[in-house]
Design a protein around this ligand. Structure first.
Ligand code: DQQ
Length: 502
């Protein structure tokens, strides 16, 4: 290992008081989702619980709110909810194999030594590099003097791209998959093994996608950020389906990992909203598999630079295998510690006539349980202005068994790239619809029946776009119970909680 030759701290444009004031006043900046103090964030990286604390590294550009010269930002939390910003974890080393960027990767515990495996970028090369820390707080990192640890991609494969790492140990052997795409064939995750995390032998692809297949989902030309892990009695391969032309999304496959090959049995889009991308997971000390994803912005690049910040991390989500064999997601219960003022209502009949609650805080949690009755659609409009000029509509379509979000009227300021997003939301016969909705300024994260998740970004222009409106179409439904909490971590606020208009 060698000390980073950039050891004297690199100079970055300061986050000065004027920028801080601008960010604090930005009504679209999330308040309880994790994001850096300013500038650009993308993928979660190097997730690890170390000496009891959760460490979150992330793709970060300290030079502004755009993707360039990527470093690893770093934050730590004891409870998954409150995060402390720490100094940048990895900097590109001038003249080194990561001189143009420290791209995505993971963290492992190598017999008590925290070790990062990440993609070093130098010109056209994107190659595996290693860094180690012997510092309890994981603040100081030493890069391996022999980086890159893999000199080149396998020579006999015609690859579209090759980067990003998922590493684990089994029977004393280290394995990793690296994301790639075989030209004209499809995305893939290439398997390697190693005795020491430094010398790697290429084995084979654990799975190759089919660029033409669309069932259950189209997985693109290349797989970024592969993550292969055991979950309950199954294995999951999560990939970020990438291609040059379409919107990227995260896809999951649930199956068996046998003879070092992955055999998918079920699959789908991890989060059908158009914001969630490049997720990474970790196993925590309680044995939970936790996942974060990058919630990218929908604004133009110019708008993001001007705003001085871009990107937020999703809430931490716990993963599990559902009885139907698909991947299930629910928000971690620790988030309940954010709950402040509460409003509750019960037993409300829903039909064509809207039921309205006014002044729902921009940072709120809403849990609603609905008996479907004979209704065919349930609509919940959030961030809704008094006259409904702005609103984001969440719809459960009973016949199709889908949950969708319509942002065509979400903002007078901004037209979403993909205004309608929809994903499967199967309910058992007689099961109630249970939605848990997190509003955090421009982030809406929806969890359905503690099994599906759907995140979108919205940028309402009107300051009164705060109402929640519920309807049923095609018949009547009944809200069994609705609870709302302000989530602003200031429990003694003197404002009132949301109120229903009678
Ligand atoms: N982001 C990183 C890459 C990865 C991509 C670069 C996914 O390593 O493939 O910032 O968003």
């Amino acid at each position: 290992m060698t000390a980073d030759p950039t050891a004297s701290p690199p100079q970055f444009p300061p986050i000065d008081d004027a920028l801080r004031a601008r960010l604090a006043a930005d009504v679209h900046r999330p308040r309880y989702h994790f994001l850096p103090e300013a500038n650009w964030l993308n993928d979660p990286n190097g997730l690890i619980q170390w000496q009891g604390l959760y460490h979150l590294f992330y793709q970060y550009n300290p030079h502004g709110a755009f993707h360039g010269t990527i470093h690893w930002g770093h934050a730590v939390s004891a409870d998954l909810v409150h995060w402390e910003h720490l100094p940048i974890g990895l900097h590109p080393t001038p003249g080194g194999p990561d001189q143009d960027g420290c791209w995505s990767g993971c963290a492992v515990d190598d017999d008590g030594v925290a070790t990062l495996i990440y993609t070093g970028v130098r010109g056209p090369d994107q190659l595996a590099c290693v860094a180690r820390s012997t510092d309890d707080r994981l603040i100081a990192w030493e890069k391996y003097v022999g980086n890159p640890v893999i000199a080149a991609p396998p020579p006999d494969l015609d690859l579209v791209a090759y980067r990003d790492h998922s590493v684990w140990r089994e029977d004393g052997v280290w394995y990793q998959v690296i994301g790639a795409g075989i030209r004209g064939v499809g995305g893939t995750a290439l398997l390697y093994r190693s005795p020491d995390l430094l010398q790697w032998e290429y084995m084979h692809p654990v799975l190759v996608g089919d660029i033409k297949a669309t069932d259950p989902v189209w997985t693109g030309e290349m797989w970024e950020c592969p993550d292969l892990f055991q979950l309950d009695d199954r294995h999951v391969l999560m990939v970020a389906a990438w291609n040059d032309h379409r919107l990227h999304y995260s896809a999951y496959m649930v199956g068996e990992f046998e003879d070092l090959r992955f055999k998918p049995q079920h699959g789908g889009i991890t989060d059908p909203g158009d914001s969630f991308y490049a997720p990474q997971t970790m196993r925590d000390d309680q044995g939970r598999r936790l996942m974060w994803g990058w919630l990218r912005e929908d604004w133009s690049g110019d708008h993001q630079r001007e705003a001085g910040w871009s990107g937020a991390m999703s809430l931490p989500r716990e993963l599990f295998i559902r009885p139907d064999g698909h991947l299930g997601q629910r928000p971690v219960p620790e988030l309940q510690m954010l709950r402040g003022i509460q409003m509750s209502d019960t037993n409300i009949v829903l039909g064509d006539e809207p039921v309205r609650w006014i002044a729902v805080d921009e940072a709120s949690e809403i849990i609603v349980e609905i008996e479907l009755g004979d209704a065919t659609y349930i609509d919940l409009d959030v961030r809704c202005s008094e006259d409904d000029e702005e609103r984001t509509r969440i719809t459960f379509d009973r016949a199709a068994q889908t949950l969708g979000v319509d942002r065509t009227r979400a903002s007078l300021l901004h037209a979403p790239v993909m205004p309608l997003t929809v994903g499967p939301h199967p309910l058992a016969e007689g099961e109630t619809l249970r939605l848990q909705i997190f509003l955090d300024h421009s982030v809406i994260e929806i969890f359905g029946n503690e099994r599906t998740a759907h995140a979108v970004r919205v940028y309402p222009a009107r300051r009164d776009s705060l109402d929640l409106v519920a309807h049923a179409r095609g018949g009547h439904a009944r809200i069994v119970q609705i609870d709302m909490w302000d989530l602003d971590s200031q429990p003694q606020r003197d404002s009132l909680a949301a109120t229903r208009v009678e």
